[in-house]
Write a protein that binds this ligand. Structure first.
Ligand code: NIG
Ligand code: FE
Length: 417
């Protein structure tokens, strides 16, 4: 009899998402999830060995999953993980009716976090970010995209990218780095956004050579960067081998999503005020919409992305936390719930958005995002009888066990890493 390092036995549901690695999923239904009822998963050498019912495989380590749901670890494809300090003071300003752009113009928002992040050394940034990663792992996230963007000059942006690299090497969670130096215009470049874009472009060769980032992102927004500036930076990034991502249509529509389609960006993020034509254009071009329902929630805004219209217009959708000092959550479970209740996504669409489509959005669909033989063993066990409980029973942590690259890193909801 073959033997495995670990077997997850008799789960009420194993959400395998088998056969979804080739392209981002559109038109999702229950069949897409490829559920095995009463299923087992065998793990060996950090990989998934076999998935099925009543596997005839032995192992010294067996976890009984009776009554539970087993699924791929969550992939969080959009975070601003590295920042110092916090901005709880802005809640009061929001309650008084101040908008995001007003808070930013008053020296709050990204500017304030930039001040704290520039002051922090690498050790402090590591300590603060590690705590967030620990929480993410406890909540079932096993792969995280992390953006720079609170340094806003050469030295501090590089410092942040190096912290991401160091965390990737030391923490069980895999980190995918994105260079987002063009997150805001720092005070020393006020009135000279084009000069700032030149500076960001001049950093690209070094970043690419040192493999400090896989993607480049920019905040295309009123009072931040224009569509033209975004195009200049992202095309330069592509020439240096970085994939393009763009924060588009979060508050005002500057045509960032048209740009995403035209340059073949891997994803466009936020999309709260995107129009139907732009959705169609992105759907046709294969740009994945990364939706961040935590952000309008934290901004107390009525405008949530129109997920249903995006799906009708042929877009594949992924979900992410946007973890940042404005929208601070580590929980993809909370995001799944918001996606269903506020974006009107189905539980199936939300599960796909938080796993395989999220993996597609960071070019990791061959490695993670589904439970299939040969894929990395990034698996979670949730104490719920079926996946619909994920959005339905919200505000708590359902994750009991987390397997990362075949190792048990969370057991009985407690860290063992
Ligand atoms: O994606 N919109 C730009 N960046 C972040 C917010 C950053 C911040 O407020 O610190 C976002 O929502
Ligand atoms: Fe963001």
């Amino acid at each position: 009899m073959t033997s495995a390092d670990l077997i997850l036995k008799n789960a009420n549901q194993v959400i395998t998402l088998a056969g979804t690695s080739d392209r981002p999923l559109k038109g999702i239904d229950t069949n897409t999830l490829n559920i095995i009822e009463g299923g087992d998963v065998a793990v060996k050498d950090g990989l998934i060995l076999e998935v099925g019912k009543d596997l005839q495989i032995g192992s010294d380590k067996v976890i009984d999953c009776t009554g539970k749901t087993v699924m791929p670890g969550f992939v969080d494809p959009h975070t601003h993980l590295i920042f110092a300090g916090s901005r709880e003071n802005e809640l009061g300003m929001k309650l008084e009716g101040k908008t995001y752009l007003e808070i930013l113009a008053a020296g709050g928002g990204i500017q304030r976090s930039m001040g704290a992040t520039r002051k922090a050394d690498k050790a402090q940034l590591m300590t603060e970010a590690k705590k967030r990663l620990d929480t993410m792992l406890l909540f079932g996230t096993t792969t995280v995209e992390a953006k720079s963007g609170y340094g806003l000059n050469r030295d501090h942006e590089i410092k942040i990218l190096e912290v991401i690299q160091a965390l990737d090497e030391t923490h069980p969670i895999d980190l995918i780095p994105t260079f987002m130096g063009a997150h805001s215009i720092p005070p020393e470049h006020k009135g000279n956004p084009d000069g700032f874009i030149d500076l960001m472009i001049s950093m690209l060769p070094g970043i690419s050579e040192m493999k400090l980032a896989e993607f480049c992102d920019i905040f295309c927004e009123k009072n931040v960067f224009t569509r033209e500036q975004s195009e200049r930076l992202l095309r330069a990034a592509q020439e240096h081998g970085l994939g393009a991502k763009i924060h588009a249509d979060e508050i005002e529509n500057l045509g960032g999503s048209d740009l995403a389609a035209e340059i073949g960006a891997i994803s466009a993020e936020h999309l709260a005020v995107t129009n139907d034509m732009q959705m169609k254009k992105m759907g046709d071009a294969g740009v994945i919409g990364v939706l961040l329902p935590g952000t309008p929630y934290a901004l107390m805004e009525e405008h949530y992305p129109r997920a249903r219209a995006m799906i009708e217009n042929g877009m594949a959708l992924a979900l992410a936390t946007d973890l940042n000092p404005n929208c601070w959550t580590e929980s993809m479970q909370f995001i799944i719930s918001l996606a269903c209740y506020n974006l009107k996504m189905t539980p199936e669409e939300a599960v796909v958005g938080a796993t395989i489509n999220a993996a597609h959005a960071i070019n990791r669909s061959r490695v993670v995002g589904s439970i299939e033989a040969g894929k990395q063993a990034d698996i979670i066990v949730l104490d719920i009888p079926n996946y619909e409980h994920l959005p339905y029973h919200f505000g708590v942590n359902h994750v009991e066990t987390v397997i990362k690259k075949g190792d048990i890193v969370v057991y009985d909801s407690r860290p063992v890493f």
